[in-house]
Design a protein around this ligand. Sequence first.
Ligand code: 5GP
Length: 181
Amino acid sequence: MTRYAGDEIVERVLLSEDVIAARVAELGRSIAADHSGHDLRLVTVLRGSVIFLADLCRAIDVPLALDFMAVSSYAGGSGGSVRITKDLDDPIEGASIVLVEDIIDTGLTLNYVLTMLRARNPASLSVCTLLDKDVRRIVDLPIEYRGFAVPDRFLVGYGLDIAGRLRNLPYVATVREDAVA
Ligand code: 5GP
């Protein structure tokens, strides 16, 4: 396997490049089939999800637009307190929104973002996540498009970072326990 800077902390490849590519193609076909003739917008929360977004949008064979937002959790906050640090550029009223996520863990961040977007009256609002750590879920959320259910382990690669690094690994991997301790 090709070596990447910093990948010595990788324990095991969980999802290979090929496995991810095949699933992303399927997700893209599903989203296209459900949104033909719609004003489709893929909305992405920066930063990790942009890797998935870049592949997913090219697997969707209907017209669409991209928009981005950024959020940060309040320091020491609990219960999903989130602050918008970059809002969407365009209004979404009447548009069909697919919120693209890299991973859903507790669901608190996503829950906040969905509530905020719903208040802007889109025609529809659905969620597409590549990875779902469903055993950790605190808030029950509807997820229309799900790539893979994953175990409760800290994951890196394909957009997921550890201290800002390893987002560029082309696969999703677990890291050695001592690296996250
Ligand atoms: P939630 O609000 O669902 O608990 O948090 C979701 C966010 O937590 C993800 O967007 C991601 O930034 C981060 N996250 C959750 N699990 C992992 C993981 O296994 N690895 C990495 N790198 N980030 C994770």
